[in-house]
Design a protein around this ligand. Structure first.
Ligand code: SAM
Length: 242
């Protein structure tokens, strides 16, 4: 998979190239990544890329021309253009799974008041938000996307770290995890996890995952089609808590 980032601040992304899973995915050619500076496409002699907002108001807007030319320079028939924007649909794990199947995605980063709307209308396939709040630029949201997508690419993480059992994969949160020592500050690891009985461990984890979700994100439980086993477990949890 290839990811092209269009940004006014390519230096933001330097650290990503070395960073853990992304660094390894790049090294192993599971992921190809390039950062393009939108400013390089400015036709202004001072390389200016922003201007006042028509109609007035505070803040500058990134002009259409440099963004348009930057997109044209990298877009192929298999490319999709995503604009990171607080006005987009909020990112979910399901969306990351869809994105991870694309061949080439172009991630357009806004700044200041944003970008000229004509680019959104004519050149962007979809707007993606990372949450209902406003950041000063699309760079951090883009990094969130790159990290989330990369770990879903086949071969990017070992099967031991499989993402399949993680939070949000099945509209459920993950079960709790513990590691050595068995006792820390008099706090003990649940006995069943030390039993070696895989059936009981699976059952315990299923129960804890449901309990976690029911307590922390009941909205997810409402959205999920629960199996008969999960319904029974949920009843047990509710009865214990009441
Ligand atoms: N005036 C815009 C609005 O109110 O919708 C906000 C512009 S914001 C200050 C500047 C840039 O940051 C945006 O163009 C976008 O690329 C990025 N951005 C800010 N918040 C974001 C979010 N929640 N998700 C994704 N991108 C965001």
């Amino acid at each position: 998979m290839k990811i092209t980032v269009l940004t006014l601040f390519p230096e933001f992304f330097q650290g990503l190239y070395q960073y853990s899973i992304i660094g390894r995915a790049l090294e192993n050619k599971i992921l190809e990544m390039e950062c393009i500076n939108i400013r390089d496409f400015s036709k202004n002699k001072h390389k200016k890329v922003d201007d006042y907002s028509f109609g007035g108001g505070p803040g500058m807007v990134i002009q259409a021309q440099p963004i348009y030319d930057a997109i044209l320079s990298v877009k192929k028939s298999n490319s999709k253009v995503y604009y990171l924007s607080p006005q987009g649909k909020v990112l979910t794990q399901k969306k990351l799974l869809d994105l991870a199947t694309e061949e080439h995605i172009i991630l357009l980063n806004g700044h200041y008041e944003g970008i000229d709307e004509r680019i959104v209308e004519h050149c962007v396939d979809e707007e993606i938000s990372i949450g209902d709040y406003v950041l000063s630029g699309g760079e951090i949201p883009t990094m969130v996307l790159i990290d989330g997508i990369t770990r879903l690419l086949p071969g990017a993480i070992s099967t031991a770290d499989s993402y399949l059992e993680e939070s949000h994969m099945e509209n459920l949160l993950d079960h709790p995890h513990y590691t050595r020592p068995r006792v820390f500050n008099d706090w003990e690891v649940p006995e069943v996890l030390l039993s070696g009985n895989h059936k009981e461990i699976d059952q315990f984890r299923k129960l804890e995952s449901l309990k976690n979700t029911w307590k922390k994100r009941p909205d997810l439980i409402e959205k999920k089609e629960l199996t008969q086993e999960e319904l029974t477990l949920l009843e047990i949890i509710k009865n214990k808590e009441n």
